[in-house]
Design a protein around this ligand. Structure first.
Ligand code: XMP
Length: 181
């Protein structure tokens, strides 16, 4: 399996160091307030678990699913929230935690849906942001790392359900991407 991936773009120590910085920033920005975190599954599972353990605020954690990919590496252009369940967000400070900002469709759809629920505030936090034009106008409030427009796996990110458990982030070798399609 490790033969399928390139050298780490971000190794475990680098990720954890950055999470410490992000958590400190979030803790300071929301000082004196309570947070409601919406973690987007499955991609943000590892990121949210490691980030939130470093945030020293009163905090509620909810997980929800969002699906925008069709095929393994291309966005379908529409975002669905298949669980049908939404936590109570009225008057809450909501922080969306997602793995990666790519086309922007997921964060855009989520932020719009959340605003309908009359929260006190909405902010977004992603581990990775691809340097590319977005399909829709959306920005992330907190960003771990900027990357080029390339398909990456590991630390929650998958290719056909694989590689999520890798403790680092890496590109997939081209042979794997092309032979598995
Ligand atoms: P956007 O911003 O396009 O991204 O709505 C939504 C979701 O697409 C997935 N995504 C990736 N998954 N490697 C992955 O494993 C990638 O390079 C990648 N780019 C986008 C991801 O689940 C994100 O939340």
């Amino acid at each position: 399996m490790l033969r399928d991936v390139g050298p780490p773009l971000f190794d475990e120590a680098t990720i954890h160091r950055r999470l410490g910085e992000m958590a400190a920033q979030i803790t300071s920005d929301y000082h004196g307030q309570a947070l409601t975190v919406l973690a987007v599954m499955n991609g943000a599972l590892l990121f949210a678990a490691d980030l939130l353990r470093r945030v020293t605020l009163p905090l509620q954690l909810e997980c929800l699913r969002a699906a925008s990919y069709h095929g393994a590496t291309e966005s379908s252009g529409t975002v669905e929230f298949p669980d049908g369940f939404w936590p109570e967000l009225r008057g809450r400070h909501v922080l969306v935690v997602d793995d990666i900002l790519d086309t922007g469709l997921t964060l855009h759809a989520l932020s719009r849906r959340i605003r309908h629920a009359s929260p006190a505030s909405v902010a977004t936090c992603v581990l990775l942001r691809k340097s590319k034009p977005r399909t829709v106008e959306v920005e992330a409030t907190y960003v771990g790392f900027e990357i080029q427009d390339q398909f990456v796996v590991g630390y929650g990110l998958d290719f056909r359900g694989h590689y999520r458990h890798l403790p680092f982030i890496a590109t997939l070798r081209q042979e794997v991407l092309t032979t598995s399609r």
